[in-house]
Design a protein around this ligand. Sequence first.
Ligand code: HEM
Length: 222
Amino acid sequence: MTDQGYAKPIRIFHSIFALCMLAQLAVGHLMDVPEVEGKHEASTSLITAAIAHESHAPVTLSASGAVEESLGFEVHEFLGLTIAGLVLIRLLMAMTSWPGAGWRELFPWLFAEGRSRLIQEFKAQASGWLSLKLAPPEEGETIARTVHGLMILASVVMGISGTRLFFGWSTTAPQTASIEAIAEIHETVVFGLQILIAVHILAVVLHQMQGHNILARIKPNK
Ligand code: HEM
């Protein structure tokens, strides 16, 4: 796989996916979330404020009495459904024999042989990480592939929980306990995903600085 890099569809997928994901994380932090606080219906005068992630912005009610969705929230919903669709496409790609696409590459820890490769690589490479030195892909890429797989896995959970929230989020009444719990899961997974993405981008920068030119393996225009 090192020679071939990734199959063309994976390369194209990566560009679109990374762009949507980075935009989604930015929008998710900046948007105002339309929500009714307290026990009262939005249509009553007792509604407090729409939750604007930490900033309590003034609430606008629509003619039907629902809290109006901010543009940011609508973009978040649109991007979220797009990402859910993209993740589904990536999972379908994992069923092909395209270079770099399969389950064994994304989730090596599910297979005995993958787990022993992971242990070997960890023993051989972990000491270098302290001095920010990464091994080139030809010396083993099971750990990197595991991080990629975990990003996809986190995106699956984010996509499923986000889609459930899309259909269950209320702008006219406080959220039910189950929707609150799903929102909690959604935010926790997003937090984990951000850490994985930060590690991923740091690893790409370090590989490039150490002359491994891994960007050439994923560039869509090759
Ligand atoms: C500036 C942003 C990014 C850059 C420069 C970048 C770069 C790369 C590179 C060079 C690879 C190939 C690694 C290898 O040689 O094996 C790769 C793979 C991958 N990246 Fe990124 N990446 C970025 C953002 C993201 C984001 C935001 C995500 C998603 C959460 C992501 C998910 C993946 C996945 C899943 C793979 C493996 C390809 C696959 O199996 O679908 N990347 N990335």
